[in-house]
Design a protein around this ligand. Structure first.
Ligand code: PLP
Length: 420
């Protein structure tokens, strides 16, 4: 086999990769709520020879020989996940959060069964019943919405929707909900209509891991998550469940919906779970919440309205309906000043999904860089000023300079950690 450095073997890919390192390191203030930066030890596991092996099946029950070391790694990932989330069983094989949701639904339901999930523009994810996604196509999805006055999910609204639709399963857990999820309330509703309760903690799993957000067990029956957002690990998905659902969950992942597991990613998940059990990760997670509070203060000082008035977790949803700018325009304006956020619908948004009246801003990635309240307060104020004065070029220039200084002050990776 002809081994070469990537730079020699494929200069085009190498150059794009180097440019991306540069973009992450020193060109943008990363505030997309679903993104984070993984530590070197996770990158190492992901870029390892584990990618060479087929390990279809589960530890101790593989379809191929030679899986001894893979069994060890997958068992470590499963045991750590169960410990962190207080779950009876973990399946760490889903390739992504979407695959995890696919398998979780089919572990308990048949195509055509009824699921009650959140309205997409009220914080839900595509896999919670959108028509363009398998979920909306294969299941009979009905929705519950955010209360227009409190801008929170309220028991009376969810109960009313549950009584009306009599679902087999209720989904909670969101992509853009800045408030704590009340699992006891969801359990009461699910019990009332005799439905299973599933929570998708993709966004908040890092906070759940350290107790900054309540744990969905024992209230929820099945819990799905991604492993690359606030928990800061390898890109992928996972399903956690109570013992009685374990066998069905495993067979819904393999052989029902996937083939060979991505063992290098599973190793990355195992490593990130080990990190998540350390006291440093608890500090990190606490800092995410403090930083979001500081971001809220900075935005509020500039007179910016936020959905529900603030946040309990790692993100805020800015409501631009009172401003002279759409979500799309705000996203573009901020990107020019090197602040990366995403446009996002706000509940009861009058604008179409590709335009929107909101932006979603998250703090996990900047917290990983080491920024704290002072910086996040300043960043909140800069975002607020910019969306209030979209035509002010001097202001944009000034903010872009401050962003560059912040990026220099809080470096991300040493060259030796990501060099090829
Ligand atoms: C709540 C929620 N569930 C599931 C997913 C899907 O994860 P993936 O992109 O890994 O398929 C996301 C992704 O953003 C999400 O926010």
């Amino acid at each position: 086999m002809d081994h070469q450095n990537l730079s020699e073997a494929d200069p085009e890919v190498h150059k794009a990769l180097k440019n991306e390192i540069e973009r992450q390191e020193s060109e943008s203030l990363e505030m997309i709520a679903s993104e984070n930066f993984v530590p070197k030890q996770v990158l190492q596991a992901q870029g390892s020879v584990l990618t060479n092996k087929y390990a279809e099946g589960y530890p101790g029950k593989r379809y191929y020989a030679g899986c001894e070391h893979h069994d060890k790694i997958e068992n470590l990932a499963r045991e750590r996940a169960c410990k962190i989330f207080n779950a009876d069983h973990a399946n760490v094989q889903p390739h992504s959060g979407s695959q995890a949701n696919f398998a979780a639904y089919f572990s308990q339901l048949d195509a055509g069964d009824k699921i009650l999930g959140p309205v997409l523009s009220h914080g839900g994810h595509l896999t919670h019943g959108h028509g363009v996604n398998f979920s909306g196509d294969l299941f009979d999805f009905e929705t519950y919405g955010i209360n227009e006055e409190t801008e929170r999910f309220e028991k009376r609204d969810i109960l009313e929707a549950a009584r009306e639709h009599d679902p087999d399963l209720i989904v909670c857990g969101y992509s853009a909900y800045p408030r704590e999820i009340d699992f006891e309330m969801f359990r009461e509703v699910a019990d009332e209509v005799n439905a299973l309760l599933m929570c998708d903690i993709a966004h908040i799993s890092g906070l759940v891991a350290t107790g900054e957000h309540p744990n969905p067990f024992p209230e929820c029956d099945i819990v799905t998550t991604t492993t690359h957002k606030s928990i800061r690990g390898a890109r992928g998905g996972m399903i956690l469940c109570k013992e009685e659902y374990a066998e069905d969950v495993d067979s819904a992942v393999f052989p029902y919906s996937q083939g060979g597991p991505l063992m290098h990613q599973i190793a990355g998940k195992a490593v990130c779970f080990k990190e998540a059990m350390k006291p440093e990760f608890k500090e990190y997670s606490e800092q995410i919440v403090k930083n979001t509070q500081a971001l809220v203060e900075g935005l509020r000082k500039e007179g910016i309205r936020m959905v529900s008035g603030g946040s309990d977790n790692h993100l805020v949803l800015v409501d631009l309906r009172e401003e002279e700018i759409t979500g799309k325009e705000a996203e573009e304006l901020l990107e020019k000043a090197n602040i990366v956020v995403n446009k996002n619908a706000v509940p009861y948004d009058p604008e179409p999904p590709m335009v929107t009246s909101g932006i979603r801003i998250g703090t996990p990635a900047l917290t990983t860089r080491g920024m704290s309240e002072e910086e996040l307060r300043e960043i909140g104020a800069m975002i607020g000023k910019l969306v209030k004065n979209p035509e002010d070029r001097d202001l944009a220039e000034q903010i872009s300079e401050t962003v560059s200084k912040l990026l220099d002050e809080f470096p991300l990776y040493e060259d030796s950690e990501v060099e090829f």
